[in-house]
Design a protein around this ligand. Structure first.
Ligand SMILES: *Cc1c(COP(=O)(O)O)cnc(C)c1O
Length: 368
């Protein structure tokens, strides 16, 4: 069996270092907002190329904290419209609606599957207050023209960088391109913790200070609360694990890229479309998406060949039961991707032999 993502094996590479980290944390006896978290925040800010990094509980909270932080400092208000890709993971949308803001769904490109510069520019209106760019599947979706239009009109650019740690736009990391960025360290992400974790990066000192307060019950001074905040903190053990794995992130991403290149070079079947690679937008292949109108049959064919796959995502947010209010919307590309996307294994430990087996299995698919 070729697993979709052998997380246990991936993390076993760091067994000795994570054992030492757990010991370090337990010996110190300080579990939350301590040395490991402060050190990780510093190292991840330096890696991303931003002035500030604030660790938090998960990627959803990172998104929620950015939007709520902008409300606290008066840059967003109830009901403001936020552009968001129609084919993103639901967390991006929940962070908007849970802040009493309005999502405006933007259908992605049928080629890159991203709602990037072109799609967002076409959707910008007089009442757009922010653009939530999602670097979906690990591909940079930023654009310099979009950025200058947003700057002129006072529209915020927020990045959902949950799937694209380490991707580049020219020579800058995703997560440092917009006004603020949310990162998830869910175990399966390119930079994954051994539990939940997340972070916010930004150069905006006022926003960073507000989020720092918000993520700890709205308090700077114990038992004195400036904002109605939440509890969303990155614990010391997760921070220690992330510090260890951050050192390997570029190497891991290069291995993902090389696995993806070989899969793309090998796959040759008129029934399936391989992921698009742009000359201008770097890709760290968090997900390797194949598109085929016979998705469920291909998934079965690969399972029979001992290859585990996943679907990202089978139901777009506007068609979810919880978002009945948006079910009348017609977003044809997002809806088509939900029917046709199939994710192949693509991770740093994928061997050449496994790649060959996957390519052979995809190429032998006849649609039966
Ligand atoms: C994983 C993910 C999130 C949410 O991150 P969690 O840490 O699971 O809360 C948000 N947006 C996107 C695009 C994601 O892939």
């Amino acid at each position: 069996m070729i697993p979709y993502l052998p997380l246990k094996e991936i993390n076993a590479q760091y067994q000795q270092q994570t054992d030492e980290a757990l010991r370090r944390v337990t010996e110190r006896g300080w579990y939350i907002m301590g040395e490991e978290c402060a050190a990780f925040e510093k190292e991840y800010a330096a890696y991303t190329g931003t002035r500030h990094c604030i660790g938090c509980g998960n990627g959803y909270d990172a998104l929620w904290l950015i939007l709520n932080g902008y409300k606290q400092i008066g840059k967003l208000s109830d009901g403001d419209k936020i552009l968001v890709p129609a084919n993103t993971f639901i967390a991006s949308v929940l962070a908007i609606t849970h802040n009493n803001l309005q999502p405006v769904f933007v259908d992605p490109s049928p080629v890159s599957y991203l709602a990037g510069e072109k799609e967002m520019l076409a959707a910008v209106g007089d009442d757009t207050k922010a653009v939530l760019l999602v670097h979906l599947y690990g591909q940079d979706s930023y654009g310099d023209t979009l950025a200058s239009v947003c700057r002129e009109r006072g529209i915020l650019i927020i990045e959902d960088n949950a799937q694209a740690h380490g991707a580049l736009h020219n020579n800058q990391r995703t997560g440092s391109l917009g006004n603020a960025a949310a990162h998830s360290f869910y175990p399966g992400k390119n930079l994954g913790a051994m539990g939940d974790g997340g972070a916010i990066t930004t150069d905006d000192t006022e926003l960073a200070e507000t989020i720092y307060t918000l993520h700890n019950y709205g308090s700077r001074e114990k038992y004195h609360h400036i904002h109605c905040g939440v509890n969303s903190r990155l614990d010391e053990f997760q921070a220690a694990v992330l510090r260890i794995k951050l050192q390997n992130l570029d190497k891991d991403n290069n291995q993902r890229r090389s696995a993806a290149r070989e899969l793309i070079a090998g796959i040759n079947n008129p029934l399936v479309t391989s992921p698009y690679i742009s000359d201008y937008h770097s890709h760290v292949f968090h997900i390797f998406p194949l598109i085929t109108p016979l998705r469920d049959k291909l998934r079965q064919h690969l399972a029979t060949a001992g290859i585990e796959t996943q679907i990202h995502y089978p139901v777009p947010p506007h068609k979810q039961q919880c978002y009945r209010a948006y079910s009348h919307l017609h977003l044809p590309i997002a809806e088509q991707l939900a029917q046709q996307e199939l994710s192949l294994p693509c991770h740093p430990l994928l061997s050449n032999e496994e790649i060959d087996r996957i390519v052979t299995a995809v190429n032998s698919f006849t649609g039966e």
